[in-house]
Write a protein of this length. Structure first.
Length: 422
């Protein structure tokens, strides 16, 4: 090869090397410029986000996606939405309509309404203590003939229960007849006083005024004096047999008027404050389906059972057909009118230890946890005493899933602290 040809080849390779160096330098410069521009853009976005109070951008469908700048969700391709720092501080989350339908979110308005509730209790039928009568003897004696022989037998007032021979009563009868005869003959103040004293003795021994008049009319003492029922009712206790001896002071019969009975209901301590005298009550018997007895609260006992933590409430009921029988068990429902209260559905309340929370719908998909104070519960509703106003919208279904998401997104430990949402 000639010297001229070797020189041309050398120039060719030099030019090619310079060209390659130029391309590489341009690429390096371009890469550096793009990187610097990206960093500048990123800084601008972060600065803009900081100015707007945006903590990050996330996908409404995939909350685990968190990016510092707007864009598309790498999972589903949806546009990312901003999450503000103030929402993180309060636990507020954004749930779009599609996701609401997926997790079954339902809402209801906070409202004022008349609230009533029923207090349910177990009761037991008792005899009305004001309609009990006892047959006691004030002297000793022997039963001559027994006319009412069975427990449960119905008796009428004035009906003869048995006849009694009592030496003491027989002597008092004869004394009365003697003084009465002398008074009729002498008609003096002394004889009249003696007659009145003898008559008083008979009354103290248990004879009625009618029996004393009959004794005076017939003029002859009874050996076997009839003992009569003091009231109409049913014999619920009997402690006497024909021919038996009875000591003074012994109760031989107990008679109960069962046309009106009591039901003692065991009401829990927490419900006692809402029970008032005169309150309407409905009583049902488990073994008489479909029949209800209406009554009122007659008395609230002043004591409490320390074991069951219940107080007794007495209900007075008419019992014309004797369907109610003493010692039966009954289901008692006491109607309580609580008046107008601010209420929400009880499904809206989330219980987190000592705190009670609801999610308030702020519109545009934003849901914020709100701490509330609750009062009474009735018919699927719970009273709100603090934390909500009439017209607020709260989540009633799907709130546990929302609460879980709010816990994940919250940046300040809202769910673990003791403060409320503001």
């Amino acid at each position: 090869m000639s010297i001229a040809e070797r020189g041309g080849t050398r120039r060719y390779w030099v030019l090619l090397a310079l060209l390659l160096l130029g391309v590489a330098g341009a690429a390096i410069w371009s890469s550096t410029r793009d990187r610097d521009g990206s960093e500048v853009a990123k800084e601008q976005v972060e600065h803009h986000a900081h100015e707007e109070g945006v903590a990050y951008y996330t996908c409404p469908m995939h909350t685990s996606v968190q990016q510092p700048s707007p864009g598309k969700c790498p999972i589903c391709g949806m546009d990312l939405t901003p999450v503000k720092q103030e929402d993180l501080d309060s636990g507020t989350i954004v749930v779009d309509e599609v996701r609401r339908q997926q997790i079954g979110v339902r809402t209801a308005a906070v409202e004022l309404r008349n609230v009533s509730r029923q207090i349910r209790a177990v009761g037991q039928v008792k005899v009305d203590e004001t309609r009990l009568s006892d047959v006691n003897l004030r002297m000793s004696g022997w039963v001559h003939r027994l006319h009412v022989e069975e427990t449960g037998q119905r008796v009428r007032k004035g009906q003869v229960l048995f006849t009694l021979y009592s030496p003491e009563l027989y002597a008092a009868e004869r004394e009365y007849l003697t003084t009465l005869k002398r008074d009729r003959e002498a008609r003096s103040d002394t004889s009249s006083e003696l007659t009145r004293a003898s008559e008083q003795r008979l009354r103290l021994l248990g004879m009625s005024q009618g029996q004393i008049r009959e004794l005076a009319r017939r003029g002859e003492a009874w050996e076997n004096v009839p003992v009569v029922a003091p009231s109409t009712g049913y014999v619920i206790e009997k402690d006497v047999v024909e021919g038996g001896r009875i000591e003074a002071g012994t109760r031989v019969y107990r008679i109960a008027d069962l046309s009106r009975l009591w039901v003692d209901a065991e009401v829990y301590e927490s419900d006692l404050a809402q029970v008032k005298k005169g309150q309407p009550v409905s009583v049902q018997l488990p073994y008489v389906p479909g029949q209800s007895f209406e009554g009122t609260v007659d008395y609230i006992y002043p004591t409490l059972d320390g074991v069951t933590r219940t107080g007794r409430v007495r209900v007075a009921l008419d019992n014309p057909g004797l369907t109610l029988k003493p010692d039966m068990y009954a289901d008692v429902a006491l109607a309580v009118d609580l008046g107008e209260r601010l209420v929400i559905p009880d499904s809206a309340v989330i219980y987190t230890g000592p705190r009670r929370l609801v999610f308030v719908d702020l519109g545009e998909g934003r849901l914020r946890p709100q701490e509330i104070e609750v009062g009474v519960r009735a018919a699927g509703y719970v009273e709100v005493t603090h934390g909500l106003e009439p017209g607020d919208i709260v989540v009633t279904s799907g709130n546990f899933l929302i609460a879980a998401e709010s816990r994940i997104r919250s940046a300040t430990g809202y769910w673990g602290g003791g403060h409320g949402a503001h």
